[in-house]
Design a protein around this ligand. Structure first.
Ligand code: HAM
Length: 420
């Protein structure tokens, strides 16, 4: 057998109900916040991610699915959505539509990470981005939208962490202070951190190995200039006013290089070691950096596998798959023609109708109808054809009714209403 690739999954019977539920919530929340959907390609020029996510990040260094296509171009499966949205914003001149632009997306992302619970190589993100506003109002709305989404799914236990990582100007002084702090500790540090010291010293704060060292490091908050500080304070003021609880995590720098000022994460202790549910922040320099006119922006992305894990662990009813409402069970050729005709009529009335296309006996057909969760079965045999009737069986209690074929649709629709 050819097995599926490590770190990927088949989402079907067991989980698909959860995914439908979450996808519906994504469409609902995005509609309520008046965000427009954008669907970007799943692969892009490798350079887009190298430049935007950043050469020094783990994503670019170790995790990208990069290959050469038949035309000799270097292509990468998208590891995240923000870079593509920024590219699309420039390429399609969305700026002409008036500021700000509010977009959302939902789709698969690819990172070559070590698979474990909640960490996959193909995973899915729901993301939202506001492009064109420098105001902390935009940061607030983005955080509030992520927060409302989790609330709509009744995931109330997750916790919001925020930070400001300043602008490139104030960050330079901070980087110097960090270098100074770490310089005499270098020999004891892991090889990854030794590399990060040279390539991007901020990344040292991401180190999962030596948290104590991180705890003693200088805080970026002491290095913010007046504008960055007031931007951060304004955001907190709006969060307080809205009653959204948060904690300031002064060492959160996020794993991607494009951030400036606001950075935030939502974490849930129920998720285990991969506890980050939402990641986001401001990226005021990105659009200019990849070739557009300077344009401030802010956004978030939520990992859907982690959402589904939480819904499942909280025993949410969301996952119960919607079975078909009616199963059509026929015996014989003429009977089958009639059965397909009934199915067409039921579907026209909006009823989910499953036609059993196996030629087997009544007992097995009935067993199968029960297994697929049909609420009603229509039985069409010789007698039904001769008398132009249909036998309607309510699966939950086995009661049966013979109904004139002309009234079948109305009868079934009424019955379904009674039993659900
Ligand atoms: P990120 O923090 O890299 O941010 O990812 C966002 C979310 O995607 C994470 O919180 C997590 O739930 C999920 N995620 C990431 N990697 C994996 C994985 N290997 N397996 C399962 N889930 C995963 C971004 O991607 C930014 N683009 C967010 C953003 C949007 N910033 C501004 N706008």
């Amino acid at each position: 057998m050819i097995a599926r690739i490590k770190g990927t999954q088949d989402i079907s019977y067991e989980d698909i109900g959860y995914w439908h539920y979450v996808e519906e919530a994504i469409r609902n929340i995005s509609h309520k916040y008046a965000f427009t959907e954008i669907r970007t390609p799943i692969f892009e020029a490798t350079e887009l991610f190298q430049r935007s996510v950043g050469e020094s990040t783990d994503v670019v260094q170790k995790e990208m699915y990069t290959f050469e296509d038949k035309g000799g171009r270097s292509i990468t499966l998208r590891p995240e959505g923000t870079a593509s949205v920024a590219r699309a914003f420039i390429e399609n001149s969305f700026v002409n539509l008036g500021s700000p632009i509010k977009l959302f997306y939902n789709g698969p992302m690819f990172r070559y990470e070590k698979p474990q619970a909640g960490r996959l190589r193909q995973f899915h993100q729901f993301g939202a981005e506001i492009l064109g506003s420098e105001s902390p109002l935009a940061d607030f709305e983005i955080i509030e939208m992520a927060y409302s989404f989790l609330k709509e799914l009744r995931l109330n236990k997750a916790k919001l962490f925020i930070n400001s990582i300043g602008c490139p100007k104030c960050r330079e002084d901070y980087k110097t202070a960090l270098k100074k702090y770490y310089s005499d500790k270098l020999p004891e540090m892991c090889s990854d951190c030794q590399r990060r010291y040279e390539t991007n010293v901020l990344r040292l704060l991401d180190c999962k190995v030596d948290r104590e060292l991180v705890a003693g490091a200088p805080s970026i908050l002491d290095y913010l200039d007046v504008d960055c500080r007031s931007h951060f304070e304004e955001l907190q003021w709006y969060l307080d006013k809205a009653g959204i609880q948060y904690e300031v995590d002064q060492f959160m720098v996020r794993g991607l290089d494009y951030y400036s000022r606001t950075a935030f994460e939502v974490r849930s202790s129920s998720l285990g070691s991969q506890d980050q549910l939402v990641g986001g922040g401001r990226y005021d320099g990105l659009i200019e950096y990849i070739g557009g006119k300077s344009c401030p922006a802010v956004g978030f992305a939520i990992g859907l596998e982690r959402i589904v894990m939480l819904l499942k662990s909280e025993n949410s009813k969301a996952g119960i798959p919607r079975g078909s409402e009616v199963a059509v069970l026929t015996f014989g050729r003429e009977e089958s023609v009639k059965g397909f005709d009934y199915a067409r009529r039921l579907r026209k009335a909006g009823v989910s109708t499953y036609v059993d296309v196996m030629e087997r006996n009544m007992r097995n057909k009935m067993k199968h109808a029960a297994r697929i969760g049909a609420k009603i079965s229509l039985i069409i045999g010789r007698e039904e054809i001769e008398r132009d009737i249909v036998t309607v069986r309510v699966m939950s209690d086995g009661s049966q009714f013979q109904v004139d074929s002309d009234y079948m649709v109305d009868y079934v629709v009424d019955k379904l209403r009674d039993i659900t």
